[in-house]
Design a protein around this ligand. Sequence first.
Ligand SMILES: Nc1ncnc2c1ncn2[C@@H]1O[C@H](COP(=O)(O)OP(=O)(O)OP(=O)(O)O)[C@@H](O)[C@H]1O
Length: 554
Amino acid sequence: QGRGRGGFRGGFRGGFRDGGGDEETGKRGFGRGGDILIFIFFCFRGRNEEVFPKASTAEKPDQEAGENAGPKVVYVPPPPPEEESSIFSHYATGINFDKYDDILVDVSGSNPPKAIMTFDEAGLCESLRKNVTKSGYVKPTPVQKHGIPIISAGRDLMACAQTGSGKTAAFLLPILQRLMADGVAASKFSEVQEPEVIIVAPTRELINQIYLEARKFAYGTCVRPVVVYGGINTGYTIREVLKGCNILCGTPGRLLDIIGRGKVGLSKLRYLVLDEADRMLDMGFEPDMRKLVGSPGMPSKEDRQTLMFSATYPEDIQRMAADFLKVDYIFLAVGVVGGACSDVEQTIVQVDQYSKRDQLLELLRSTGNERTMVFVETKRSADFIATFLCQEKLSTTSIHGDREQREREKALSDFRTGQCPVLVATSVAARGLDIEQVQHVVNFDLPSSIDEYVHRIGRTGRCGNIGRAVSFFNPESDTPLARSLVKVLSGAQQEVPKWLEEIAFSAHGTTGFNPRGKVFASTDTRKGGSFKTDEPPQASAPSPAAAADDEEWE
Ligand SMILES: Nc1ncnc2c1ncn2[C@@H]1O[C@H](COP(=O)(O)OP(=O)(O)OP(=O)(O)O)[C@@H](O)[C@H]1O
């Protein structure tokens, strides 16, 4: 808690509260192309200042604003949907769904259980089977085929599989099955709730999405999932927990808070799940994760099952993750660890800083009403670009860590419904978010870490659908990423521009390397770190993004 929290809060606050729903202020923000002038007043300070330098020199990359900063949070989110049709609403799998079967799978660790081929073989009880069918799942994805039996067999797991390939259900289904088999029921009458499962994820929106997935698969059963995260009223959160809680989904700060208040006991805990595990264990969150596993009553790793999932897994983090897992954990890699999803067509465009804005406009005009996520490096540029696009009459909204939770949820919902087909986002939206019909991702600013790039472009091309990602490469600031980009592009069978190759391989010394560029890890580090990288393995060095983080993302 409190690592530089609230650093950039306040500066823009009063200027652009999101519209719809903010009755207190009556102000409207991005999304309607409305009252943005007040905001432009803050932001538009001439051509030179439209340049947003990389994080190290100006504003830091986005991190979550802390829930303890500023005045008491009164926001209570709208209740989750109750109608079956909304709970089970889903999008169709794409034409490449069956191609998942061709991806090479590496399973290591002693005696791994055999993979299943169908959901029938998963041994799910009737209610779970029904919920799987209602969710539109016909056939398991590779991470599900391998992950479900591994978890059902009681093994710890470190699983890596590409973005959008169904990791969430891979852990939810076997956990729910075990809870159902053992007949748990959440008690409404206890002052201290004792969940059997804790799931952690790095951002509020992602943990909320995981909670909704858990709620969907647990529909019609007596298993009760609850979600806790920053930016919403604590009293409300505690009341929700005390209504009964079997699966507690949370961002780390709120989880620690609620455990510290004595509202949640850990004596019944059987499963600890880290989604986006590499992020949860990197510099920004590692202390909180260590605090969590060291909380009073937390079963030791020998006495709980620990499950980790991500699409990226740097070598140093893999090694550290072993601290949280039993010695005989299973390592599951579907495809190349850290590889980009090959259903995303990746284009890299060389730009200079001053032409980016016009190029973005041209691009968005050519894509019509396609749902597009535009990633920028800082909160300030998110505001600036969103304002600019609104001025240009493109319905745009924005999400970043300085927006209030109400605004963030509104922005996401306007984007999901298509009311605002363009969402300008910082890295806070890079991981895990599963939004229907995102056809297009634009990296207006490239991130400083290749893993971050892989997650960002993975917001499109999900579940066998096709997507496109266009990235603006400014040689002045992005050269350190060039080599890793070339590797990721070729690893995903994408065309590598000649100029990018030249930049990548003419760079001397360390500038040509991305310190987090160990993207071609194809195997378990216990096998001796057989990473196909041209860099020497490094000690636990923080990623550039993580190094700049002094605040949580939750
Ligand atoms: N077996 C399946 N059949 C059909 N759809 C599925 C199946 N498994 C998952 N999905 C759907 O695919 C989408 C992506 O799944 P999910 O969000 O779990 O991906 P992920 O691997 O966690 O991605 P990320 O790395 O971005 O977090 C979701 O909409 C999910 O409901």
